[in-house]
Design a protein. Sequence first.
Length: 115
Amino acid sequence: MKFRKPELLPTLFFVSAFCVMCALGIWQLNRLAWKTEIIAQTEVAAAAPALASLPQDVSGLAYRRVILTGKFLHDKTIHLIGRQQGMEVGYYMVTPLALDDDGRIILVNRGFSPV
């Protein structure tokens, strides 16, 4: 009885493909945990009560609601032209807002406007 020698190239291909697929599966599981943590942080921040004013240090305020009063500087509105939302082409209007409490100016995205 004569045994056939196994070919090395197909074996190496399937072993390396198996290793790559396992690594991609582990990467997807790590990515799922990361995304789940981000969604949980976003939900906690959105459910928190709104802040009465904007603090000087705004780090850590992602997705946090803030109540602001001030005056829009309409003459300084920026139109971000050439944007697309779904199938519509238009622009975003970004307007500076001068806060009443300390005069700081923040940019407010006032939304999308189709052409």
